[in-house]
Design a protein around this ligand. Structure first.
Ligand code: GDP
Length: 365
């Protein structure tokens, strides 16, 4: 086949694999303007589709942002801040100004204090070495906060391009699609001639005659639990609606299982409440620490599920980390799965699939 390039994003066209970059059906090859599926969907349905790639490919690709000038909009998943905050961001984006957008706010309890949460996000970013211009909280699915954010992007971008960056699954595409729909008259201006295709895989959506909004591919973070479980299980653990805190009064010597994917052992401390923030569909099971290993061995994949019997073989073994909590309300975070909030002094052993590192943080809520 003669080499054909997409007139949208510049990628090499292929007709074999619909899930890979550059796919277009054979029947579209004789058209005057050949577009890959991703650009075709954007042009005709005003819809961005997510593509993802490996870390090294990604870094190579996005390092071109360093040389460009523009506003960086870093979208993160508020339910998985540790897993979605890109710690190497300043290396990728150079001196360009960054704003942080916490998406999926609809999942957090309505009582969440927004100001505190924004302050907490600023601290998290600072600790990761990311200097922020501003922080916003939105829900792309519900449309909350989008209008205000658009106004601020317009203000901060100073007539320059806007780069949207994020790990996979944070809702980057949903966000961009909302932006597109939100801008009146925007639908009509998307034509192929607006896609200069300067950087492979970057999709450009014109903002005005001189500048564009640029969607970059989602970076894959291997610490995300999503990479160790089946699609079916991922659906189950991904919250779809506001998380209801589940509160357990626990004595030392007791264990909580979160499906068969994670576990906390309350080793030492006074009787107290453990407040659990996980998808409402993820079953939590209480037992004694001394019985927990045996229960897990005999019942993971059935009583302790997800995973189910089929997806069990994919799950790495659970590994332990010990945390001594004292002084302030602390969250024990299982990236991508949820967290347990503890208010009093305690020694806790947390178990998570190998590769998915548990961490603690000052309480989010
Ligand atoms: P991308 O990989 O970053 O482009 O993410 P997508 O836009 O494909 O979204 C990933 C998943 O998160 C999908 O299941 C979306 O429905 C969901 N999602 C995106 N935005 C939100 C949001 O604001 N709230 C909730 N609850 N889910 C969202």
């Amino acid at each position: 086949m003669e080499k054909i390039y997409c007139q949208g994003c510049g990628v090499l066209i292929q007709t074999d694999d619909p899930d890979k970059l550059g796919y277009t059906p054979k029947s579209s090859l004789d058209k005057e303007t050949v577009l890959c599926k991703r650009c075709f969907r954007l042009k005709h349905y005003n819809e961005i589709q997510d593509v993802s790639m490996k870390d090294d490919e990604y870094l190579k690709m996005v390092s071109s942002i360093q040389k460009a000038k523009g506003l960086i909009v870093h979208v993160i998943d508020i339910f998985d801040v540790n897993g979605s905050l890109i710690k190497s961001l300043p290396r990728i984006t150079g001196d360009n100004p960054i704003i942080l957008v916490g998406n999926k706010m609809d999942l957090l309890p309505k009582s969440t204090n927004h100001r505190r949460l924004m302050q907490w996000l600023r601290t998290q970013a600072k600790e990761a070495g990311i200097k922020l211009l501003d922080v916003f909280l939105i829900s792309s699915v519900k449309g909350h906060g989008i209008e205000e954010l658009m106004g601020e992007i317009e203000h901060y971008r100073n007539n320059q391009d806007v780069y949207i960056v994020g790990t996979t699954n944070v809702g980057k595409s949903t966000f961009i699609n909302k932006l597109i729909k939100h801008t009146t008259g925007f639908n009509d201006v998307i034509t192929t001639s607006y896609f200069p295709g300067t950087t492979l895989g970057f999709i450009e959506i014109p903002l005005d005659d001189d500048s564009s909004l640029i969607d970059t591919p989602g970076i894959v973070n291997k610490q995300q639990i999503a990479h160790y479980i089946s699609k079916e299980d991922l659906k189950l653990i991904t919250p779809k609606s506001e998380i209801k805190a589940r509160i357990y009064q626990l004595n030392s010597g007791q264990t909580l299982f979160f499906g068969g994917l994670a576990r906390v052992d309350f080793i030492k401390g006074d009787r107290q409440s453990l407040v659990c923030y996980f998808s409402n569909e993820l079953p939590i099971h209480r037992t004694k620490v001394e019985k927990a290993d045996e229960l897990y061995e005999n019942h993971v994949g059935e009583l302790l599920s997800p995973p189910n019997e089929k997806s069990l073989s994919r799950l790495p073994k659970l590994t332990e980390s010990t945390f001594r909590i004292s002084g302030e309300k602390t969250d024990i975070v299982f990236p991508g799965l949820g967290w347990v909030s503890i208010s009093q002094d305690a020694t806790i052993v947390a178990h998570s699939p190998k590769g998915v590192a548990v961490s603690i943080r000052k309480s989010l809520l």
